[in-house]
Write a protein that binds this ligand. Structure first.
Ligand code: FES
Length: 63
């Protein structure tokens, strides 16, 4: 689903950015441009980022 309409960024792209090492909205903003125009997507993007970081970190704890 599209998270950032201004930049056509999807939740899948955000999750891939987290898997590639991004850790927060600032990192994802630099990589994908999310939330760099109207900013309406920032809250949802942050929730997706936090969830993806948590999943990634839990995966590495178990592995
Ligand atoms: S919807 Fe993301 S900056 Fe506007």
């Amino acid at each position: 689903m599209y998270v950032c309409l201004c930049n056509a960024v999807t939740d899948r792209q955000i999750k891939q950015a987290i898997a590639s090492g991004d850790n927060n909205l600032s990192d994802v903003k630099k990589r994908l441009g999310v939330a760099n125009q109207c900013g309406k997507c920032a809250q949802l993007a942050t929730k997706i980022i936090q969830s993806a970081v948590s999943e990634r970190d839990n995966f590495y704890e178990v592995a």
